[in-house]
Design a protein around this ligand. Sequence first.
Ligand code: ATP
Ligand code: MG
Length: 642
Amino acid sequence: MPEIRKKYMEFFESKGHKPIPRAGLVPQNDPTTLFTGSGMQPLILYLLGQPHPEGKRLVDSQTCFRAEDMDDVGDNRHTTFFEMLGNWSLGDYFKAEQLPWFWEFLVDQVGLEPSKLYVTCFIGDESTGVPKDTESADIWKKLFSEKAIEAKEIELPGEEGSGKGMQEGRIFYYDARYNWWSRMGVPANMAEGEPGGPDSEVFYDFGTPHDEKFGKNCHPNCDCGRFLEIGNSVFMAYKKTATGFEKLPSPNVDFGGGLERIAAAALNSPDIFEISLLKPIIEGLEKLSGKKYAEHSESMRVISDHLRAAVWLGVDGVTPSNKEQGYVLRRLVRRAVRFAFDLGIEQDLCQRVAPIVADLYSGDYPEVAKHRELVIDVLSKEEKTFRQTLRNGLAIFRKLTHMEIGQIEHGQKINVEHQKLDFPVPISGKMIFMLYDTYGFPVELSLEEAKKNGMQLSDTWKNEFEKAMSEQRKKSQTASQGMFKGGLADHSEEVTKLHTAMHLAYRALKNVLGEHVIQRGSNITAERLRFDFSHPQKVTPDQIKQVEDIVNQKITEDLPVSWQEEDTAEALKSASGAFGDKYGPKVKVYTIGELGNSFSREICGGPHVERTGQIGEGDKKFKIAKEEASSAGVRRIKAILE
Ligand code: ATP
Ligand code: MG
């Protein structure tokens, strides 16, 4: 096991923490998020007050995937996949334990040089009355002074960081954008009732020269690469009220620290790709390409990151497709293949690199060993399909540029009549973009192909390309907004309607199939809902029709939807919940229909429509588009409103 993960677990176990297993990269009980992107995400219900079966002190290493960091990959410190070490106090210990423990772990266990550590604290928020976090700063001051380090405190609110710089500080106060945590961001954005609190981050100083591209002066939160954020202790201490904040009776600690980043600090290497969990992949690429990492660091970082992430997504059951998680996996493989192509690796990339990744994790994660062959196979097939796409792109390129039809490879028939008119010779940037965007044909290949054939490029092709690219980006950003955010983000109208429809469908399934039907998972996007439930056989077409009819009947009846807070024991007698869920003393119950004579009662966090009639707005009907097996004894339906 990588030493640091092991040390961390053992260290916090010695402080009374129970180790808990990682959650999968695909969240099980959060229908609005594609991936697990932090250690906090799978534990949110416990941080919000439900008792955890393992107690009040937990420790874990959570595998994370952040699609939103994909564009940062290539720098020295971001990967899409990473492990987040986490320790948790569920209403137990607080700052006085957390900060000295993390310090002890970094300094005594990992062996970091204390003089290279810098910390940040929350500066306070006058408008909501949250005070400056001098408590944390005082603890840090004491810890530094024990190592004979004078710890000067500096305030850097707003944009002052790059203007004023370090000023020989050690403890830096920043405002809510850097040192405040809540599910909704800064205090002003928080809804009434939401918990949040200040956090305190630790940075490692690599002492590399500042790059003015990132601002005039360097400071811990500067992005130039000198400082690396290695861990963040969130002190969830407040609840938003109508007028400001009130203190929570028993505040939590939520700590998250990047394993790869702490390892890089331990090596005193500003490049996280030098660590033992990534270097072997880089070395594999050097061998395959015959090129040096030092000269191709960006592409080799992208390929290593993407294939490591792809293997892990595969292990957690994702397969390439055109939707959701599957689409992200497809993008990872395609980007890796493209970058590898530029390095001269023209085949068998996944076949050669995925096993290296699997070997790095098989010892510690039996699921990686178990799915190894299957995952390598899935990724290799995806690579083959994409290479075929590339060949097709080449054919289209030739056709578009008015070459002889006979020259098109493999006799592929491609209808490009309507596009031909848009792309006169010389070759425009718009055409290069179309090849890139629609056919996945790399820009470099278009340029190369043009050169090989002595074709003219339009003088402004680069501008044209970038314009098309930014238009496309705007479109896809709007489309995916919410889906990549950390949890419970999408409260769009479509999702809300489908959410209520799901409650109707759950009750209808029980009515038609029997009370053994228990929810086993769900996922909702703006387009459809997916619902997994226990049932031993296929649901027959006739039963599906009955379920649809019941749901549509209830939509027509325009029943009221309301919620009440109830004692859990009482609620569980009459309301259904999801399999395996553990609840706190009080729960929110959503009722569809009149109270006392309801159609459905379900323990749920919401949100929902106010009346079922809203689901049918625009003359929409509930329809089960698909029924299939999900796993042994579990069926899956996908349903839409159309
Ligand atoms: P950054 O500003 O560097 O992107 P962040 O503020 O997004 O970091 P958090 O959300 O606080 O980070 O996550 C907790 C810890 O997880 C960080 O302290 C860092 O060590 C690690 N981490 C976050 N994002 C990444 C990433 N893309 N790759 C590797 N480690 C990461
Ligand atoms: Mg980030």
